[in-house]
Design a protein. Structure first.
Length: 379
C-alpha cells in the first residue's frame, strides 16, 4: 500500500527538539542524546516501519552531531539547509544507512553543485581533494560509484597539467595509499593514466629495496600500458628499466608481469625511409651505415642506458636494413658485460617482438642466457 504522505514533506520545523514530541533518542559519542519523533522518521524511511521494531534509542556514535542534526532537520522539513562540506560525508552515509532515498538524491545534487562551482583550472588542491576523498570514501564504505563517476566526468574538463599537479601531491605517499584509492585515481585519471604510472615509477625509484607492494599491484592490474606509452614519450623504456630492478618477486607478481607483457604492444618508432636513411626517435639520420657503425651510434648518439633501449634500436635498424646475423647477439653480450646492465625479462622479448619479421631478430636473443633472465624474470 502506498504511503498516505509523500516525502520529502514539511512536518514543521518547530517540532524539532520538542520534549513531548521526541520519543526516539540518537545516542551520540559525546554530549546529550538528540531526540526525534519516530513517526516522522518512519515516513521518510521504510526501516522505521519494520514490524515489532519498538525502538526508543539507537547508537549514532559513527556520525557527527552536526550530521545527525541535519538528518533530523531534513526529515522534519524536507530541506537540506544544514548540509555543508563539513557534514556531507556523514549525512550522505546516514541517507544510505537509513534508506532515505530522497535525501541521498539531494546529497548527490549538493555534490554536483560543489563540483560545478569549485572545481576548475584555478581551483585549490584542497577543493579537488575534498571531491576525490568523498568519492573514495563512498566506494570504500558502500561500494557505490555515484560520486566517483561525477568526479571522473568533471576531471575530463581539467588539463593534464592540473591533474598532474594534483595527483603528485595526493599520492605523494604512494605505498601507503589503499587499493581503493589507487582504483579511484585510475578511474579519475582516465586518458591521463600515464600520470599515475609515473608516480608509481617514482615510488619504486626512491625505495632502497624494490618490491611490489599492494598499491603497486592495484595499479598494475588496472593500468592501460599501451595508452600510457602513447601519451608519454619515453615512458616505455623507463618502465622496463625500473621494473627489471625489482629485487623480490613472488609467484603471483611474476604471473602479473607476464600478463602485462602479453597486453603491451611495442611503441611505434619514428621511421623515415628517405634517401636511404632512417631516423630513430627523431635523432640525426643514420645514412648507409654498416651495422657495426650503427650499433656504436645507438650507444653514444642515442644515449641508450639499458638493454631494452638498445634492443629497440637494433630491432628498428634490422627492420629497415635486414638482419646482419649472429653478430647482433655477440655485440649485445659484449656491451652488456662492459656496461653491467641488467638482463631483459624473457616475456618482454617474447611478446613485444612477436611478428614474423621480429622472430628472426628476436629468437637468437631470446635463447641467450647472457641477455635474458631465466625463469621469467627471477634472477
Amino acid at each position: 500500500m502506498a504511503p498516505l504522505v509523500c516525502v520529502p514533506a514539511d512536518f514543521g520545523r518547530h517540532h524539532i527538539g520538542a520534549p513531548s514530541h521526541g520519543n526516539l533518542a540518537f545516542n551520540m559519542r559525546e554530549g546529550d542524546p538528540i531526540k526525534a519523533n519516530s513517526i516522522i522518521l518512519s515516513l521518510n524511511s521504510p526501516l522505521w516501519m519494520a514490524p515489532n521494531l519498538h525502538l526508543t534509542s539507537l547508537d549514532a556514535e559513527d556520525f557527527s552531531r552536526e550530521a545527525v542534526d541535519c538528518f533530523i532537520e531534513a526529515s522534519y522539513t524536507g530541506e537540506i539547509e544544514g548540509l555543508t562540506i563539513g557534514n556531507f560525508r556523514d549525512v550522505y552515509k546516514m541517507s544510505h544507512v537509513f534508506d532515505v532515498c530522497w535525501l541521498g538524491a539531494r546529497c548527490v545534487g549538493f555534490f554536483e553543485d560543489y563540483l560545478k562551482e569549485n572545481i576548475n583550472e584555478e581551483c585549490s588542491y584542497n577543493n579537488l581533494c575534498f571531491a576525490v576523498n568523498e568519492a573514495v570514501y563512498q566506494v570504500s564504505a558502500t561500494k557505490k560509484k555515484v560520486l566517483l563517476d561525477l568526479v571522473s566526468l568533471k576531471a575530463c574538463q581539467l588539463s593534464c597539467s592540473k591533474l598532474d599537479g594534483f595527483f603528485n601531491e595526493y599520492l605523494i605517499d604512494f605505498g601507503a595509499s589503499t587499493t581503493c584509492i589507487i582504483d579511484c585515481c585510475v578511474n579519475i585519471a582516465r586518458l591521463n593514466i600515464h600520470i599515475i604510472l609515473e608516480i608509481f615509477l617514482k615510488h619504486l625509484e626512491k625505495k632502497e629495496v624494490k618490491v611490489l607492494d599492494a598499491s603497486s599491484r592495484a595499479l598494475l592490474n588496472q593500468v592501460d600500458f599501451n595508452l600510457c606509452f602513447q601519451r608519454k614519450s619515453g615512458l616505455h623504456e623507463r618502465f622496463f628499466s625500473i621494473i627489471q630492478e625489482i629485487t623480490s618477486l613472488n609467484k603471483e607478481d611474476v604471473s602479473l608481469i607476464f600478463s602485462l607483457m602479453q597486453k603491451i604492444s611495442m611503441p611505434k618508432k619514428e621511421l623515415s625511409l628517405v634517401n636511404n636513411s632512417v631516423t630513430f626517435n627523431s635523432a640525426e639520420p643514420i645514412i648507409n651505415q654498416t651495422f657495426e657503425d650503427a650499433f656504436e651510434s645507438f650507444l653514444h648518439d642515442f644515449d641508450c642506458h639499458n638493454m631494452y633501449m638498445l634492443f629497440d634500436a637494433i630491432w628498428i635498424w634490422c627492420f629497415t636494413y635486414g638482419f646482419p646475423g649472429e653478430s647482433v647477439v655477440t655485440k649485445m653480450i659484449s656491451t652488456n658485460k662492459r656496461r653491467n646492465w641488467n638482463k631483459m625479462i624473457v616475456e618482454y622479448v617474447k611478446y613485444i617482438y612477436s611478428d614474423d619479421f621480429g622472430d628472426e631478430v628476436r629468437d637468437p636473443v631470446l635463447t641467450c642466457k647472457e641477455l635474458v633472465l631465466d625463469d621469467g624474470g627471477i634472477s
